[in-house]
Design a protein around this ligand. Structure first.
Ligand SMILES: *Cc1c(COP(=O)(O)O)cnc(C)c1O
Length: 523
């Protein structure tokens, strides 16, 4: 078999099953075989036809590139086909249910897209005079108002560009507040529950804090006596980073007491708001004693994730932290809206700037469209239906799988791998789900549950879709319980079979290297 420089076969491996039979082209039915773009490269080929430049003296002062640029040479149709073929290998929310827990993969309404493409929003530039973009600034302010109202918080910073970036915003505000109190050097400890998303400890560490883990109790919530003990023993608490509902899909029932304890100890309460979808319209984090919380617009407020568009993570702040918010922010005076861009005057206590401009305009338009189309009552129903759907999944699957904790869940159903026979692991179930046409659920997270399988359907799935998904997962779970060895070979139907994930994580090959002349000769 010929391998390319990535160690990937240059033609697909034929299998023993009829559906794995080899074809001459490498394609199988509508599945198109596609090599790397660099492997199709023919130097000199191009999709554009520019007139030859008239030789002019270089104005580059001798620093111009002499070597080949090394971009692949392809015609326009070849280029388009390359990307369309790749795109058809993607799983997408527009293709099927996307059960990734903690990610809130809900449908992205087309109305959002239509509004975001209005020229008054899509054709403007952040460097344009502010007098010419009053409508856009007004939209950011209106969205900010909705976010403050829904969370019951007095201030919001709109510029962070993802949930993790919003965490950074909140923790930098906390650090700045401690600096202003003259306690930045003495308050270094940030408490983080064992079930936390990895970004929480990473953010705290990035801001120079020491991460101190708190245990989960048997109910999957913060271990209160462990927390109290920790607070008694230490006098250097900067704050806590807590997700609610937490990453076990459970509401932290002691949250008010946790907030009080942290405040009494002189610290701040950062709430990870990634799971806000479960409580939007029903619970206001401001009423729970939160000091800072990011909101992932791509989770709760239906803007696209990842490849579908940039993220956005506005961060709401309490009165205690609001003065330290980053620039720019918007103020309204008799001349209309204006961006405060420098850390002086009204922003003299600000910790500085996190982004070049004001944030993700396109996502702001989408999120506000979503809010306006749902209204306050509709958003409340979002939370109720999201929780209902997750509990439906838990109820349908609990006879064959093991729920990690007793009782109802919030917006996601968490199972442990207890139900599997010896030798069958969570990853085998995930791979079998690919054969059934589904993206796998979140697995091995949160870490406090052995072999975790975390499933979040969101409110946008119909009962029929949920049933289809549960039928597939129930059948796989029954095989897992029976120790069916065929699961170890899944996926059977995917373009790529089981990959060496350890090797991929430890020694990722991220750069294409052209084959040597000997390799080419050998082919
Ligand atoms: C998604 C998520 C984050 C990070 O958000 P990004 O927008 O992906 O940066 C943080 N915490 C939790 C619990 C999450 O689910």
């Amino acid at each position: 078999m010929t391998m390319n420089t990535q160690g990937r076969p240059t033609t697909p491996v034929s299998g023993t099953q009829p559906h794995e039979a080899e074809t001459v082209s490498g394609s199988k039915g509508l599945y198109q075989f596609e090599p790397l773009i660099f492997e199709t490269d023919r130097w000199g080929k191009t999709g554009v036809d520019l007139p030859k430049a008239k030789r002019k003296a270089s104005r580059m002062g001798g620093v111009e590139r002499k070597a080949k640029v090394d971009l692949p040479g392809l015609s326009e149709p070849e280029t388009i086909r390359h990307y369309v073929r790749l795109s058809q290998r993607n799983y997408a929310i527009d293709l099927g249910l996307f059960p990734l827990g903690s990610c809130t993969m809900k449908h992205n309404p087309r109305l959002n897209e239509k509004m975001a493409r209005l020229p008054g929003f899509s054709d403007i530039h952040p460097m344009q005079p502010q007098a010419t973009v009053q409508g856009a600034l007004g939209l950011i302010e209106e969205l900010a108002d909705w976010l403050k109202t829904l969370t019951g918080m007095p201030a919001v910073s709109m510029s962070p560009k993802a949930g993790a970036h919003g965490e950074l915003c909140g923790m930098l505000a906390i650090r700045q507040a401690l600096l202003a109190r003259g306690e930045a050097d003495t308050r270094k400890r940030v408490l983080v529950p064992a079930s936390a998303h990895g970004t929480n400890p990473a953010t705290a560490a990035q801001c120079g804090f020491i991460v101190d883990e708190i245990d989960a109790d048997k109910r999957g919530r913060v271990h209160m006596s462990h927390l109290r003990e920790k607070l008694e023993k230490t006098d250097d608490i900067a704050g806590i980073m807590l997700t609610n509902p937490n990453t076990c899909g459970l509401f932290e029932t002691d949250i008010k007491e946790i907030a009080d304890l942290i405040h009494e100890a002189g610290g701040y309460f950062y709430c990870d708001g990634a799971n806000f979808n479960a409580i939007v319209g029903r619970v206001r984090p401001g009423d729970l004693g939160v000091d800072a919380m990011h909101i992932n617009l791509h989770k709760t407020f239906s803007t696209p994730h990842g490849g579908g568009g940039p993220g956005s993570g506005p961060t709401v702040l309490s009165d205690a932290l609001a003065p330290y918010a980053p620039v720019p922010f918007i103020l309204k005076d008799e001349n209309g809206f204006r961006l405060v861009e420098e850390t002086e005057e009204e922003a003299s206590e600000s910790f500085g700037r996190m982004t070049a401009f004001h944030g993700q305009m396109g996502m702001f338009v989408r999120a506000l469209t979503y809010m306006l189309s749902h209204g306050a009552d509709g958003l409340k129903q979002v939370a109720e239906d999201a929780v209902l759907n997750a509990n439906y999944i838990q109820a349908r699957l609990k006879s064959v799988m093991t729920p990690a904790f007793d009782g109802y869940c919030m917006h996601e159903a968490l199972f442990s791998d207890k139900f599997t026979a010896d030798g069958i692991e969570t990853i085998d179930i995930a791979k079998a789900l690919i054969d059934e046409g589904y993206h796998p659920m979140t697995m091995y997270f949160p870490l406090v549950v052995h072999g975790a399988l975390l499933i979040e359907p969101t409110e946008t799935e119909s009962k029929a879709e949920l049933d289809r998904f549960c039928d597939a997962l129930q059948a796989i779970a029954a095989k897992a319980a029976a120790g069916d060895e065929s699961l170890k070979g899944a996926p059977y139907h995917a373009p790529m079979r089981r990959l060496d994930e350890t090797q991929a994580a430890r020694k990722p090959v991220l750069k294409w290297t052209p084959p040597s002349p000997e390799q080419i000769a050998a082919e």
